[in-house]
Design a protein around this ligand. Structure first.
Ligand code: SF4
Ligand code: SF4
Length: 334
């Protein structure tokens, strides 16, 4: 039996009121094959039983699922730790109150991709900055402790320190940082959001510097594709797509060769326990004799696959930085 995954991401719906240009699942319309309430409850029972640290409910926009409160209430009743990722634009006093009732200590991540309307709305759509900021303020006033979720891209990376400033001004002391990967709508918008390898090296270095500078007064949860720690896909992490397919990381959603199984056919624990990540993600060719292999692993597998065409290639910016700044280490989400 394998160790349970630390965090399981579950895409509760593909419905979304926004059309962000980086969206890896091309959210917009609900998928007719989304898991039903009872299937989600069975899944949560299984995750609790196997000892998963937390379930991360993502979308689309989870608040558009009509049974979201029932799902959260059930998770709370079985003692399953839950976080939810929202675009924040739909949050009002009534929704915050209802969330507080069903799951008082719910961890809520709100996506923002820039510290001002111009930078954020370029990705997330006109008017989304004002609405998301309003949502964050309501959550803080309602006694939640939200996390701002920031995906670094070509247009916003130089504004990362301003994101920290914005978070502080909103009474938020936690930021999750991720890196743009061209999947889904991100493929067609790649020229607007992606960068060359050398630009990514500069960007990741900059983000790390800002994190180190503000680490005392802000908690940063940083994806391995920025920290350079070994990728967690299929090792301590899995994603469940809206229609029940399990993948090692959501960025492999369109690549059937990485599908681990479907929770409609087998329990998640069976799928997880029969999965061998080393078969799906063998050591990249250039890493075989590298002295950093155990602390690096070749970088983000989704970057290797989607930027360089094969998981047997290395994530070049991470490899470059690993060889340059060998002792860099930051805490990951959770
Ligand atoms: S530093 Fe480069 S070669 Fe070494 S393990 Fe990391 S990605 Fe592979
Ligand atoms: S593939 Fe990349 S984004 Fe996915 S878990 Fe690994 S480091 Fe994170």
């Amino acid at each position: 039996m394998r160790n349970p995954p630390r965090i399981v991401e579950f895409e509760i719906t593909l419905a979304c009121n926004l059309r962000c240009i980086h969206c890896y699942c091309e959210a917009g319309r609900r998928n007719p094959f989304e898991l039903k309430t009872d299937e989600i409850k069975n899944l949560m029972d299984d995750l609790k039983k196997m000892g998963t640290w937390a379930l991360d409910i993502v979308g689309g926009e989870p608040l558009l699922r009509s049974d979201i409160y029932e799902v959260l209430e059930y998770a709370k009743s079985i003692g399953l730790r839950v976080m939810i990722n929202t675009n924040g634009t739909l949050i009002n006093g009534g929704i915050a109150e209802r969330l507080k009732e069903v799951y008082p200590d719910l961890m809520i991540g709100v996506s923002l991709d820039g510290p001002d309307p111009e930078t954020n709305d370029f990705v997330r759509g006109s008017g989304s900055f004002e609405k998301a900021v309003r949502g964050i303020k309501i959550l803080v006033e309602s006694g939640f402790d939200p996390v701002i979720l920031n995906v670094i891209n070509k247009r916003n990376w130089k504004r990362f320190e301003d994101m920290v400033g914005l978070a502080k001004s909103l009474g938020v002391d936690k930021i999750y940082v991720d890196r743009f990967i061209p999947v889904g709508r991100g493929v067609v918008n790649r020229d607007k959001l992606d960068m060359s390898d050398s630009e990514w090296v500069e960007t990741i270095s900059h983000v790390r510097e800002i994190i180190e500078k503000h680490e005392g007064d802000m908690t940063f949860y940083v994806e391995e594709n920025i920290t350079g720690d070994p990728c967690s896909a299929g090792v301590t992490h899995a994603s469940i797509l809206a229609n029940g397919w399990v993948v090692p990381c959501g960025h492999f959603r369109y690549n059937r060769e990485f599908y681990m199984g479907n929770v409609r056919e087998k329990s998640f624990s069976e799928i997880w326990n029969s999965f061998d990540p080393s078969k799906f993600f063998p050591t990249p060719k250039p890493c075989g004799n590298c002295e950093f292999l155990s602390v690096c692993g070749g970088g983000c597998k989704a970057v290797s696959y989607h930027r360089y065409g094969d998981v047997l290639n290395v994530d070049v910016p991470i490899c470059t930085l690993r060889k340059r700044t060998q002792d860099f280490h930051l805490k990951n989400w959770g």
